[in-house]
Design a binder for this molecule. Structure first.
Ligand SMILES: [Zn+2]
Length: 308
């Protein structure tokens, strides 16, 4: 778990050695074909004071700050080592707060301003305002939502993940942003598409102008499922479901990132405005927390976005 050298910046999706290991995704021709459409949409790894975060190039604009965090560069120890951002999983609170302060210093914001939600693997969307800022990061959240949206500048939206798929959204025209937590249930409920619709309804966004980054999450290399998952995904009615569902002699595997990408495109986003991380949290469970790899003994990384 050694972080990258201080000051290191590299494009992680262009480095061949960074392709997820495990049952090779590149044995699946459909998977290769899928990636060819967005192979140029990059993510960049940034190291600052030992803290490693991943950013989508498409969201790296002067008016936006965002991060997909990793395990590297925090103060927590044991199963929470080290940049744990989960507030209710038993980690030392002083360490968690220091982790938030370090991340927020990079994002040029303050932990007290962050908006969290209680994530429940459903399709609830919270229109966040400054009144939702957490204040004390350990305080109780009184609403449930798996997606957060806002058009208020300086309001950081944060969702937590440890295998599920994080999606950050930005509509630069109206300075609106969104953060989506999409596990397989949320994906099957089309939380991604519903969040786009809500941003359009609330803020007047045009889907064709919305930028999306689908961050590190479990890949089709590792997401083996029971039959209920492909069954629910098929109900979405997407074209070419064979591109998302890989039937093997053992168990089916599902490409949740590709499903979410397809849902965003169906909602009107331009394919070239959607970046998809190749990193799999389970293949890279030294760099990211993976619920499956750890059996649930884990911290959590986060995806966060705000406008200035
Ligand atoms: Zn994997």
């Amino acid at each position: 778990m050694n972080p990258a050298p201080a000051g290191a910046v590299r494009n992680i999706n262009s480095a061949a050695e960074e392709i997820p290991e495990g049952p090779s995704v590149f044995e699946d021709n459909e998977y290769i074909k899928l990636f060819m459409g967005y192979k140029d949409m990059g993510f960049t790894e940034i190291n600052r004071d030992g803290m490693t975060i991943v950013q989508a190039d498409i969201l790296s604009r002067p008016s936006i700050r965002h991060a997909f965090t990793t395990r590297f560069g925090g103060f927590s120890s044991g199963v929470f080592a080290s940049l744990n951002l989960a507030v209710g999983r038993g980690d030392d609170r002083a360490c968690v707060l220091k982790n938030y302060e370090k991340l927020c210093a990079y994002l040029k914001t303050d932990p007290s301003k962050i908006v969290f939600s209680a994530q429940v693997h459903e399709d609830g969307i919270r229109k966040a305002t400054a009144r939702d800022s957490i204040g004390d990061i350990f305080s109780q959240i009184h609403y449930r939502a798996d997606a957060l949206i806002t058009d208020e500048p300086g309001l950081p939206l944060m969702i937590f993940i440890a295998d599920c798929i994080p999606i950050l959204l930005s509509c630069p025209d109206v300075s609106a942003v969104g953060a989506v937590h999409a596990g397989w249930r949320g994906t099957a409920m089309n939380i991604a598409g519903k969040t786009i619709r809500r941003m359009c309804d609330e803020y007047g966004c045009e889907p064709e102008n919305i930028l999306a980054a689908i961050g590190p999450g479990i890949g089709s290399c590792c997401f083996e499922t029971g039959p209920e998952v492909p069954g629910e995904i098929l109900k979405l009615g997407l074209d070419r479901p064979e591109e998302f569902i890989i039937n093997t002699a053992h168990k089916p595997r599902v490409d949740l990132k590709a499903v979410n990408r397809a849902l965003l495109i169906r909602e009107g986003l331009r394919p070239e405005n959607i970046a998809v991380s190749r990193e799999c949290t389970m293949c890279k469970s030294d760099k990211y927390w993976s619920h499956r790899a750890t059996g649930g003994q884990r911290g959590a990384q986060a995806a966060v976005i705000l406008t200035l």
